[in-house]
Design a protein around this ligand. Sequence first.
Ligand SMILES: [Zn+2]
Length: 400
Amino acid sequence: MSELLKTLEAEFSKIKDAESMSDSPLKKCLTETSEFKMNLKKLRAHLTKQIQEEADSENADKLARKRQLIIEKLHKNYRQWEHGVRKQGKVAFQQHNKFNKVILNKIYDFDLDDVYVNPLPPNAREYVEQAVGLHISRYNMSSVPVEDGSDMVDYLENVYKVDPLISKKFVDMAQIIRELRAGNLESCMAWCTEGSLLEFELHMLKAMYFLQSGDKIKAFNYVLNSIPGFLKKTKKHHLRHKVAPLLAQLVVCSQTTFDISNQREKCINLFTQDYCARNKLSFNSSLFLIVMSGIISFQFFIKYRTIRAASHVDWSTENELPFNVKLPDFLTKFHPIFICPVLKEETTTENPPYALPCHHIISKVSLDKLSKNGTCNFKCPYCPIMAARSRAEKVSFVFL
Ligand SMILES: [Zn+2]
């Protein structure tokens, strides 16, 4: 993490802490204002009473004095309130200013256009909007209480131009997640692949529900009926150790100590992974990945700007950073690259990777070259096995 991020974090939590305290300046303003409002209401009530009394009273002198008193009180209250709000406002303003000075000005001081000199393509905005739409589809659908998903599909298409075929898949996913959250496992059970880890964890969750409801016999029978068969069929015997604590619970304790919400979240997470993989949806939204990568790379952009200014080097490649950024695995693993061993170049959609009969992989250009455009057999560049272009198969990398 860069120095800037660290300071940002520290300063942000300072502000947040200050705001969460009951005597934060803005909260004080709010309390003082509502007190002032209360006082005003009281004074109004006094005055209304007075006006009525005035109508049917002769003692004008006394009433005038009373009214004078009320007006004085009003002035006093107003002055107090104004002074308090001014004071607190000043403190809040100072806090805000300090935050600006330490952090925000440094960020605003930085203009990405100074560094990235290649102009953005005209349809960049459209892509960003689509990414926002997909992000919403991926993460926020299950928290929106929609009965009829078609509204959501229409909305995402009209506002963000998300393909209805894609958003429909997310709507269905959200429906199953909502049911899981509500304790209804059936739709997820019906969806999951037989023998998958998800199926196992769902069985465990269901047994926990039985146990939570106090029906130990039902829980025991459920475990007995579902788990051994599952382990035998899938040969996933290593999962046995996960069942043991649950069985022990059945026998020993009357108090349930397992974490059912944790198990539920585990199922939801596994389901989301499986669902996205099966429907060819990306598990992480590209918006999240890009913004996260941007935050991590920011420090390098700042450094690069300084270096560029000093050494007059320029950003020559349009789709590549002129510096190396080390990103955490979860941000890079979705983008597999393959370097052709013959060409020593990365494969692309124009020059895709091909697998030879021995399963070694080279790029299409190399394949054409080595096979003299398919006219002769050749020896694999890795091993002694002979290969022919007609027996090579195109490879697409899928992240599992
Ligand atoms: Zn080979």
